[in-house]
Design a protein around this ligand. Structure first.
Ligand code: IPE
Ligand code: IPE
Ligand code: MG
Length: 245
């Protein structure tokens, strides 16, 4: 059993690209949907572990703005699982003091899902435990373009001086404005890419690419990832103390 690193070595914000459900299913000669069902189990296990550990922020990439390109049946199955997860797990999340947020386009999902999202956010608004954010119908380029459009409108209407636009101001227009930037981004399944996830916010994130397929991820894998993060040396463009001395 991996031991938890000391609190000062823990990331404030872990974000995960949950990939590999389809390959997990194929290895077992099961339909892709079965991989997604197993993936929900990994979400549950990971969220419980993050909440038990006392992690501040966990963001999970659940459905990308590009995932609409998948066959209708698969998209339908993913939407169904999203619904089922919120129905079955909301009470536990509330009991754990988890604050739920969903980042993404919103306008394209079914109305009942939109309602569930609003309900989950409202029910957990005052919770002070884990900040759990699902990126759902999320695409980082779209998010950045939205922010730029908002600022451009404000400038056009005379509410904003373009000269005052800084990275900090820009970040207040992103979906993640309430969250610190991710310190650690994990991607499962062996793919080495971000697939349009948190492109702005990942500027100085530590990246961890694991061969584990998402349904096999959980408490132990999260602990291992935290241990690995604790070994990383972050410099943010400066020099570490040894190099300066
Ligand atoms: C991740 O697993 C789930 C979503 C993207 C919604 P995939 O469905 O992408 O699984 P692979 O990559 O085909 O194995
Ligand atoms: C990224 O996985 C999106 C999610 C995990 C929700 P994909 O499986 O969609 O990414 P690509 O297509 O391999 O880049
Ligand atoms: Mg994939």
């Amino acid at each position: 059993m991996t031991e938890l690193p000391k609190p000062s070595d823990l990331p404030r914000h872990v974000a995960i690209i949950m990939d590999g459900n389809g390959r997990w299913a194929r290895k077992r000669l099961l339909p892709r949907e079965a991989g997604h069902v197993a993936g929900v189990g990994a979400v549950r296990d990971t969220v419980r572990a993050a909440s038990d550990i006392g992690l501040e922020n966990l963001t999970l990439f659940a459905f990308s703005s590009e995932n609409w390109k998948r066959p209708k049946t698969e998209v339908g199955a993913l939407m169904g699982l999203f619904r089922a997860y919120f129905k079955s797990d909301m009470d536990e999340l509330v009991a754990r003091g988890v604050r739920v947020r969903i980042i993404g386009h919103r306008g394209r999902v079914a109305t009942d899902i939109g309602g569930m999202i609003e309900d989950a956010e409202r029910r957990t608004l005052d919770n002070k435990g884990l900040n759990l954010t699902f990126a759902f119908d999320y695409g980082a380029q779209e998010e950045i373009a939205n922010a730029a459009r908002e600022l451009a409108r404000a400038a056009r209407d005379g509410r904003l001086d373009p000269e005052t636009i800084t990275p900090e101001l820009f970040a207040t227009r992103l979906f993640t404005s309430a969250l610190p930037e991710p310190d650690l981004i994990i991607r499962t399944s062996g793919e080495h890419r971000l697939s349009n996830f948190l492109l702005w916010q990942s500027a100085y994130a530590e990246l961890l690419f694991l061969d584990t397929l998402w349904p096999d991820f959980g408490r132990e894998a999260l602990m291992d990832a935290l241990e690995c993060f604790a070994q990383r040396e972050r410099r943010f463009g400066a020099l570490n103390s040894e190099a300066v001395a």
